[in-house]
Ligand binder design. Structure first.
Ligand SMILES: C[S@@+](CC[C@H](N)C(=O)[O-])C[C@H]1O[C@@H](n2cnc3c(N)ncnc32)[C@H](O)[C@@H]1O
Length: 205
């Protein structure tokens, strides 16, 4: 299965398109700066073109930023070169099959991607595998199922745009899925927006 095709075609326009939905991105940046501060080795999954990568790099020692779309990764690699960062590594990788040893990261950050993945549970199992015991998962995720209005918006978007939610999550179902895959949810918050974002911090059990 290859989920990269749509995202490859969006990569060069993604920064502009996401502005419609990014009302809570500054709030995510503030929160992740506290939640990932001082972490030694952070794996970012589905990094896109780097909406949060450099914020993570400012507070963590080392970041491996990954995405299934090689075009997204190309954009991010160019941005990292431009920013002259020394602690960001970039790689094309599927969340379902992370090219990483067990217990090799003390944090995983995955923003706005669990809802578009066809197998979000498989991704969460992989996050758990590569995390150290008591490692942290930070997973802000668009809530396409937050209420009936958002479900309608989401259905419409699925018809007229490439932004298709595979799972229309609300905060409850997002947290339930994370718990089911071997995490304890430490904090959860709904951030506002055209599509709200569930900001979840969970520990590997
Ligand atoms: C909505 S964008 C989010 C990008 C960025 N993290 C943000 O918050 O704006 C979803 C991203 O998930 C990536 N993605 C989709 N399925 C994936 C998978 N199975 N493994 C890794 N990345 C995936 C896409 O390539 C895309 O860059």
């Amino acid at each position: 299965m290859d989920e990269s095709h749509t995202w490859d075609s969006l990569a060069s326009r993604y920064d502009r398109i996401i502005r419609v939905f990014d009302r809570s991105y500054p709030a995510i940046r503030r929160r992740l700066s506290e939640d990932l501060r001082g972490r030694a080795n952070v794996l970012e999954v589905a990094s896109g073109t780097g909406q949060f990568t450099f914020d993570i790099a400012r507070v963590a020692k080392h970041v491996v930023a990954t995405d299934i779309s090689s075009k997204m990764v190309e954009c991010l690699r160019a941005a990292a070169k431009e920013a002259d960062t020394t602690n960001v590594e970039v790689a094309t990788m599927s969340a379902y099959e992370l090219d990483a040893a067990p217990s090799s990261f003390d944090a995983v950050f995955c923003a706005n991607a669990l809802h578009v993945m066809e197998q979000p549970r498989q991704a969460l199992h992989e996050f758990r595998r590569v995390l150290t015991k008591n490692g942290v998962l930070v997973a802000p995720t668009f809530l396409h199922g937050a209420d009936w209005t958002r479900r309608a918006v989401s259905r419409m978007m699925g018809l007229i745009s490439p932004f298709v939610a595979h799972t229309r999550l609300d905060l409850e179902s997002l947290c339930a899925m994370i718990k089911e895959t071997g995490f304890s949810v430490e904090r959860r918050e709904r951030l506002p927006g055209l599509l709200p974002i569930g900001y979840v911090v969970a520990m590997r059990e």
